[in-house]
Design a protein around this ligand. Structure first.
Ligand SMILES: C[C@@](CO)(OP(=O)(O)O)[C@H](O)COP(=O)(O)OP(=O)(O)OC[C@H]1O[C@@H](n2ccc(N)nc2=O)[C@H](O)[C@@H]1O
Ligand SMILES: Nc1ncnc2c1ncn2[C@@H]1O[C@H](COP(=O)(O)OP(=O)(O)O)[C@@H](O)[C@H]1O
Length: 311
């Protein structure tokens, strides 16, 4: 056997969903984006993205959350693959297969996750080995929260969410996610936040000492009390039932609850795995929630799970 590096014929990358433990939103900038101070937290709900060399560019979607995911050129994973091909001067098309378990339009960054996964997968398939900073730049062009899904873990996000900085966080947390049947559009929720604020002056956002302390302690009770999201009122204004979901989760024993990103998924933090099971059962039995998922965080960012196979 030759000792030269063997190029894989297909690559599969697993990528987590995210929840914003804190999402503080400033007044819109001139480019329309809002300055953020956010704490991203990756959780163990995963999509899997497989890329394989093909005669033409294409994308297919399967899995429990595939409904509503575009399978045309607007698919973020396909756009990511094409953008990387341009940067890397690659002329070999790929077919992208996505196995979706992250809710679509749920505020958990599923599309961004698939884009991050496609970048990592194509980088490996084509043997580009781009420096991480270059992948992060391409990721930021694809969407504000795509860079975070490359790294995962728990991180501060500023700028429009694409500028990442480490945060000192201990331990791991148990989560219950209450899913909605319909999604919310991210731009519509930001616009609703602006509308609700009206002429009220808005401070430049900066992360709260309470959240930093909760993360340093690793205490789920402190984290539950520190959860906050400036988009929550806007998401509830567009989907009033979310208020009832939050109330139900807290009544059934969650240590804290918050709308995830632009919603409509609601995230509840609980003490341990047993409490997560109890809350999931109570929420489902009460009829307040259509579907629930349990997860832990932090989770690793986009990472290859396929072993190298000879081409
Ligand atoms: C709200 C958040 C919180 O993490 O996540 P989701 O709930 O979508 O998962 C993010 O800010 C979503 O990031 P992402 O989905 O990557 O947004 P982008 O594609 O960059 O932008 C989509 C649209 O959202 C609005 N947007 C996004 C980011 C930002 N800082 N200010 C904004 O106003 C703009 O209207 C923009 O046109
Ligand atoms: N691979 C993908 N997975 C999910 N949504 C995608 C994908 N590619 C493009 N989209 C589109 O991106 C938008 C946001 O979806 P998603 O990332 O799931 O939600 P959110 O921004 O609330 O986290 C939707 O309009 C969806 O149709």
């Amino acid at each position: 056997m030759s000792s030269a590096a063997v190029m894989p014929s297909s690559v599969t990358v697993r990528v987590p969903a995210k929840v914003n433990l804190e999402l503080l939103v400033g007044a819109p900038r001139e480019d329309g984006y809002h300055p953020l101070a956010t704490v991203y937290h990756a959780v163990s709900l995963y999509d899997e993205v497989t890329v394989v060399g093909a005669d033409d560019w294409g994308v297919g979607v399967s899995g429990p959350q595939s409904l509503g995911v575009p399978v045309d050129e607007s698919n973020l994973a396909l756009r990511a693959a094409r953008m990387l091909a341009e940067v890397g001067e690659v002329r070999e098309p790929v077919h992208v297969s996505i196995r979706k378990d992250i809710p679509v339009m749920g505020g958990m960054a599923g599309g961004s996750a698939d884009a991050a996964a496609a970048l990592v997968a194509c980088d490996r398939l084509w043997g580009l080995a781009l420096p991480r900073t270059e992948l992060e730049e391409i990721a930021a062009e694809l969407g504000s929260d795509v860079p975070f899904l490359l790294s995962g873990g728990t991180s501060m996000g500023s700028g429009r969410g694409e500028v990442l900085a480490p945060v000192l966080a201990r331990g791991s947390f148990h989560w219950v996610f209450a899913l909605s049947e319909t999604g919310l559009s991210t731009p519509a929720v930001y616009a609703e936040c602006d509308r609700l604020r009206g002429e009220t002056p808005v401070k430049h956002p900066s992360s709260s000492p309470q959240m930093m302390q909760a993360l340093r302690s690793g205490d789920p009770r402190a984290l539950g009390e520190a959860l906050q999201n400036d988009l929550q009122a806007a998401a509830i204004s567009l989907m009033p039932a979310l208020g009832d979901v939050l109330d139900a989760g807290l009544e059934f024993g969650a240590l804290g609850g918050v709308v995830s990103g632009s919603g409509p998924t609601v995230a509840f933090v609980v003490e341990n795995n047993e409490a997560a099971l109890d809350l999931a059962v109570s929420l489902t039995a009460s009829g307040a929630v259509q579907d629930v998922r349990r997860a832990t965080g932090p989770a690793h960012g986009a990472h290859e799970i396929s072993g190298p196979r000879p081409g």
